[in-house]
Design a binder for this molecule. Structure first.
Ligand SMILES: Nc1nc2c(c(=O)[nH]1)N[C@H]1C(S)=C(S)[C@@H](COP(=O)(O)O)O[C@H]1N2
Ligand SMILES: [Mo]
Length: 257
């Protein structure tokens, strides 16, 4: 079949399916009233609702005894960006987390500012697609209240995390690590900008001074070395357009667990 033929055939199939639907509706109207339709619509709603509820469910939390003695570090473990190096030298006193893009009130927060925000601590398991897991305790500012503070504009749909590290040197700059999540994950109660790991300041190898914990997602979504949060309507214009460093290299954008 040529492409044109296939398109024609598909159109025909679509029209036939629509016809079937109409005649099925007519039959329902004639014989069973609307009850059948209503039931199936209700079923759909319930399924959709379950999806939403699942996305809001908490990731399992563990006890201090479960914490891995040697939490693995992966990907970048020491960004070689000079500006980042200078921040490490100064103990991150000159660090400013920028929150901008589609927000009413762009913010620039010091680590002290961030520590003064509504916080959450959690002991969770980190699952990397490479096939390893580690359990750690994280403490950080809840992302939801931070976004409330900045005030998302109505057309904001995703939060993009811009990181300090280049994981793969490229001429066009698309090797810079970045990630994006939707607003369901952004407002999830376990989604935090972590500044502490295992009751100590977040170490450089795990993303100092601030890394994302988005506990219902696989490891690569947990952006380390977060410098800037950008609220966007779409991420197609960033990196290679797929919403994250690893997504640009073939991984799924939605990495829910
Ligand atoms: N900025 C940045 N964030 C990153 C990465 C990275 O290389 N750079 N690697 C990702 C991957 S694949 C994993 S599994 C986790 C590893 O986090 P960890 O080093 O604390 O174990 O960070 C994720 N976030
Ligand atoms: Mo990973």
């Amino acid at each position: 079949m040529t492409d044109a033929n296939r398109r024609g055939w598909l159109k025909g199939a679509g029209a036939a399916a629509a016809g079937l639907f109409v005649s099925a509706c007519d039959r329902l109207n004639a014989h069973a009233g609307f009850s059948g339709m209503l039931q199936s619509a209700e079923g759909l709603t319930r399924r959709a609702q379950r999806l939403v509820i699942d996305r809001k469910a908490l990731a399992p939390e563990f006890t201090p005894a479960d914490i891995s003695r040697d939490f693995r570090a992966n990907g970048s473990t020491a960004p070689d960006d000079p500006a980042y190096g200078a921040m490490v030298e100064s103990g991150f006193s000159d660090y400013r987390l920028v929150i901008d893009g589609l927000v009413e009130r762009p913010l620039q927060l010091t680590l002290a500012d961030l520590r003064a925000q509504p916080a959450r601590a959690q002991i969770t398991r980190h699952d990397c697609v490479e096939g390893w897991s580690s359990i750690g305790k994280w403490r950080g500012a809840r992302l939801g209240p931070l976004l409330e503070k900045a005030g998302l504009k109505p057309n904001a749909r995703y939060i993009v995390f811009h990181c300090a590290d280049v994981l793969e040197p490229t001429l066009d700059g698309t090797g810079q690590y970045y990630e994006s999540i939707d607003l369901i994950d952004a407002y999830h109660p376990q989604t935090i900008l972590a500044y502490e790991m295992n009751d100590a300041p977040l170490p450089v190898k795990h993303g100092a001074p601030v890394r994302l914990r988005v506990e219902r997602q696989l490891g690569y979504k947990h952006a380390k070395y977060v410098m800037r949060l950008e609220a966007v309507e779409d991420y197609a214009h960033l990196g290679r357009g797929k919403g994250g460093f690893w997504e640009d290299r073939g991984y799924e954008w939605y990495a829910g667990i």
